[in-house]
Each structure stands twice: as structure tokens, then as C-alpha cells.
Ligand binder design. Structure first.
Ligand code: G3H
Ligand code: 13P
Ligand code: ZN
Length: 322
């Protein structure tokens, strides 16, 4: 089937108590790993491309790679989504350039300005059959070259969501309930330590999510910054020359719970990066004489595929839903 929008996907996810995985695509191996896992698990998928990905790999290469995945995986619905669109022009360029969904992220603007910018994108997108994700509240962490400190992040105010959604006409809403971008989601000071000395992050604010859902019944909610930062790969990186002390993510049971509620889209990028980096570091350590990129990208791709499969089955619950 051709690329789809997320409208039908989100309706089924909301009603079915699961979430669709939104995975960031930056190159062919990552794309293949994601879509092969989704095809084998019969899972719908959102392939998302950031401003940084477009700068790195070029818009046309990324769109053509995704078109190749659509041909190779005709049985699963695939959305091509702009992640963290910074302005109207970038959203327009993706809408004109074959994307079926865009995010306009004006969450750092004051409320009225966020509405104004989002509304403009929604009007253009809907005229072209494209859906729009918007954001209210500010996540901590790093996206593209923007770094938001934990002090400057803020939870979504539930009392603002009805006005925001009705005035903008957005199709889904990303909210801030304590998730964070990157591999260092929380400082050690924000966490407690369990009996094994492992950092335990503060729990997500399910009270905020539940109040948002009460005010927006049936409306799809999105969680960004939802990598769990698997310690297996952090340790693999550290055992093979890397230095990532105290990298910590969102516990998967909490994401699983969010997926059964109104959260229909869960964004995962850092976990793919950690898996690729850990696998390649280990490969180089074990095979210092090898220099063929196909030899080290192949196990990296295989491990990302298994990571994505685990997310589909054990975290998102979207396997078998395509
Ligand atoms: O939220 C940000 C995503 O992980 C994309 O990251 O801007 O480095 O491509 P990027
Ligand atoms: P992570 O950094 O937790 O993978 O979040 C990715 C994301 O939100 C992409 O928009
Ligand atoms: Zn994000």
C-alpha cells in the first residue's frame, strides 16, 4: 500500500489500547532494521525524519529510501513524518515533498504564538491531505542543536489543551509528562539508586496524562523522548572504549502503561543509536583488522532489528495490528 497518514492508525491504537512506534530514520541500515522488524511482526509504523536527518542525508535520499521500504513491505501501513519541524517553511517543504505527516514544534513559544504558528501549518497541511502533530509543554534534553535543561523544561498544563487543540485544529498532541530527549534523560540528582546502585528515574506524571485525556476524549497523545536507554548497550559501549556514565532512560513498564492509555505514538531514537554504536564498537574491538563497512553495519542492523521487535511486542503492543 502507498504511504498513509496516521489518522486511521491512531484511531485503531486508541481503541485497541496500544501505541504505534515512531522511529527516527537517518540512513539505510536503520530504515531496513525498523521496517523488517515491523513487517515480520505485522506492525504499523511511523518513520520520522528530523531537520538534522534532512541536513545529514538529504531530503530526497530519505524519501526515496522510505519509498523503497514501502515497496519491500507492501502489507504494513507506513507513515512518513517530519519530527520537530522548527517552522512553517520546513513543514511546507516536507508536505510538498511527499511526507504524509508533519510535526510543528513551537512549544518553546508563548501559548498564543504556538497556536498561531501551529494553525498556519495545519491549514496548509490539511489542504494537502497531510496531518499535523503539535506540542504543548517543554521536554528536557537535546533535539537537533537545541538543548533544554531540566530546569527550563515544564510539564504540559492540562487546562490549556482544549483551547490549543480547538484553535489549532492539530491532529495529535505531544505532551510533557517527564520524558526527555537523548541518552542522559535525568541527572543523578534527579534519580534515586536501587539496592544494586542503579539509577532509578522519577516516575512519569500519569496524573497529567490522565487529566489531558479526560479533557480530550478520543484524541491521540504523543510521547517524545521515550527511549529506555538499554543498559545492555550502554555497558557494551563502555566496555569497548566508550564513556557514557549514568546514561539513563524511561523504564519500559511506564511506556507500556502509557501505550494502554491515550498515548498512540511513542518516539524512539536514542535506543537505535546506542544499539548501533555499541555493536560497532564491539565489532572493531574484536576485529581490529576489518575495514569493510558492510561487515560492521550488518550486525548493527541485525541488533537494531531485534531491539525494534522487542519494542513492538513488549512495549508498544502494536505487533499483529497491521
Ligand atoms: O528528538 C530528536 C530526535 O532524537 C532527532 O534527533 O535532531 O539529532 O536528528 P536529531
Ligand atoms: P529519544 O531521545 O528518547 O529516543 O526521543 C526521540 C524523540 O523524541 C524524537 O522526536
Ligand atoms: Zn522528540
Amino acid at each position: 500500500m502507498p504511504l498513509v497518514t496516521s489518522t486511521e492508525m491512531f484511531k485503531k491504537a486508541y481503541d485497541g489500547g496500544y501505541a504505534v512506534g515512531a522511529f527516527n530514520v537517518n540512513n539505510m541500515e536503520i530504515l531496513q532494521a525498523i521496517t523488517e522488524a515491523c513487517r515480520e511482526e505485522h506492525a504499523p509504523v511511523i518513520l520520522q525524519v528530523s531537520k538534522g536527518a534532512r541536513a545529514y542525508a538529504n531530503h530526497t535520499y530519505l524519501v526515496k529510501l522510505v519509498e523503497a521500504a514501502v515497496i519491500e513491505c507492501p502489507e504494513i501501513p507506513i507513515v512518513l513524518h517530519l519530527d520537530h519541524g522548527p517552522d512553517f517553511e520546513t513543514c511546507k517543504s516536507c508536505i510538498d515533498g511527499g511526507f504524509t505527516s508533519v510535526m510543528i514544534d513551537a512549544s518553546s513559544e508563548p501559548f498564543a504564538k504556538n497556536i498561531e504558528i501551529t494553525r498556519k501549518v495545519v491549514e496548509y497541511a490539511h489542504d494537502h491531505g497531510v496531518v499535523v502533530e503539535a506540542e504543548l509543554g517543554t521536554l528536557a534534553g537535546v533535539e537537533d542543536d537545541v538543548k533544554v535543561s531540566a530546569e527550563d523544561s515544564s510539564y504540559t498544563h492540562p487546562e490549556e489543551v482544549e483551547e490549543f487543540v480547538s484553535k489549532t485544529g492539530c491532529d495529535s498532541l505531544a505532551i510533557a509528562i517527564g520524558t526527555s530527549h537523548g541518552a542522559y534523560k535525568f541527572t543523578a540528582a534527579q534519580c534515586t539508586r536501587n539496592e544494586k546502585g542503579v539509577l532509578v528515574p522519577p516516575p512519569l506524571r500519569f496524573d497529567v496524562l490522565e487529566e489531558v485525556s479526560r479533557r480530550l476524549p478520543g484524541f491521540p497523545i504523543v510521547l517524545h523522548g521515550s527511549s529506555s536507554v538499554p543498559q545492555e548497550y550502554v555497558q557494551m559501549i563502555n566496555a569497548h572504549g566508550g564513556k557514557m556514565p549514568d546514561a539513563v532512560g524511561i523504564p519500559e513498564e511506564q511506556l507500556r502503561k502509557a501505550a494502554t492509555l491515550s498515548v498512540c505514538k511513542i518516539n524512539i531514537d536514542s535506543d537505535l543509536r546506542l544499539t548501533m554504536t555499541g555493536t560497532i564498537r564491539q565489532f572493531f574491538d574484536e576485529h581490529p583488522d576489518k575495514f569493510d563497512p558492510r561487515e560492521y553495519l550488518k550486525p548493527a542492523r541485525a541488533n537494531i532489528k531485534e531491539l525494534v521487535r522487542h519494542k513492538l511486542v513488549d512495549v508498544l503492543g502494536c505487533n499483529g495490528k497491521a
